[in-house]
Ligand binder design. Structure first.
Ligand code: SF4
Length: 317
């Protein structure tokens, strides 16, 4: 598949305290292919949200590049930026905080339409209603306010707002984490349906591997600012290579009690180290039961160890 977004040695550091640096995204390289869903997972604080926002240019990068259709996102002219924002959108985690409570649903959805399209009022209303329908709602909602809606309905509005400018690419930043479990599957199914209808490309950020499995073609795993493994979704679940990925996968509950009983859970040792003072060498070294001498000294590079299966670990040559 053709590459839509290329992330090359991307770094995003934040200065904290006096002389300390938080390496939220620390030399990350991967690609997002046109029409796919790439899941990006890891514990909170691993840098996945910062990575998504730096890809969209919401944050400047500290170093490295993000190419969207071959064009450097962080070096665009202002007119190129307007065009980029039309193509690349975001759906936020918290549907309660991300919608302006003073605006009607119609006004919220129309914001992007008004920036990018010059429409007559009747066409504008028709477009809003069409978007409401696309996300499983109807024109009755156009004059309502966010506080009148449930969490799931609000997230549907967040999706309609992103779709309003006809994007190719959407960063879905933990779009289901704040929702009830019963609603989560509905939103995921809606995202899948829209992707099939509109040919969208998603970067789907989540901390929960079990839901990512249902939506992703490929999955990348982040740990303390580094991408430690990335491959096709089935392959990752069938054959995780990085010790951290193995522990994440072994923590996913299996509904069948028989399988659950026989299964060996891999417990992580130690605490998540601070992202401010990351250890030298492999960042996972303090929690890894396979750690060797070299692990504390040399940082492992992300390498393709099997076809389209990349891992950053000294266990694999
Ligand atoms: Fe464990 Fe070493 Fe691999 Fe890091 S590089 S995950 S410490 S074996």
């Amino acid at each position: 598949k053709e590459k839509l977004v290329e992330i090359i040695n991307l770094k995003k550091y934040f200065h904290v305290g006096r002389n300390e640096v938080l390496k939220a995204v620390d030399d990350v390289t991967f690609e997002i292919r046109r029409g796919e869903t790439l899941g990006l997972v890891g514990e909170s604080g691993c840098g996945k949200t910062t990575c998504g926002r730096t890809i969209l240019g919401i944050y400047n990068s500290t170093d490295g590049q993000v190419l969207y259709n071959g064009q450097n996102v962080h070096k665009m002219s202002s007119s190129e930026k307007v065009k980029f924002k039309k193509g690349a959108q975001i759906i936020f985690q918290d549907p309660y905080a991300s919608l302006d409570p003073r605006m009607t649903i119609g006004e919220i959805i129309a914001e992007g339409i008004d920036v990018h399209f010059k429409l007559k009022e009747s066409e504008r209303i028709a477009r809003i209603d069409d978007l409401l329908e696309k996300v499983g709602m109807n024109s009755d909602f156009r004059s309502r306010f966010p506080h009148e809606l449930s969490g799931g309905q609000r997230q549907r509005i967040g999706i309609a707002r992103a779709l309003a400018v006809e994007p190719d690419f959407i960063v879905c930043d933990e779009p289901i984490s704040a929702l009830d479990v019963s609603i989560q599957a509905q939103i995921v199914n809606l995202l899948i349906k829209l992707q099939n209808q509109l040919g969208l490309t998603y970067l789907f950020i989540a901390h929960d591997l079990s839901m990512v499995k249902h939506i992703s073609d490929r999955v990348g795993v982040m740990y303390l600012g580094s991408l430690v493994e990335i491959t096709e979704s089935q392959e990752l679940y069938r054959k995780p290579l990085h010790p951290y990925t193995k522990s994440l996968i072994s923590a996913i509950p299996i509904p069948d009690p028989k399988v659950e009983e026989e299964r060996q859970r891999i417990k992580l040792e130690g605490e998540v180290p601070s992202p401010i003072n990351t250890p030298p060498g492999c960042k996972f070294v303090k929690r890894c039961s396979y750690a060797m001498d070299i692990c504390g000294k040399v940082s492992p590079e992300l390498k393709e160890v099997e076809k389209d299966h990349f891992v950053a670990c000294h266990l694999y040559k």
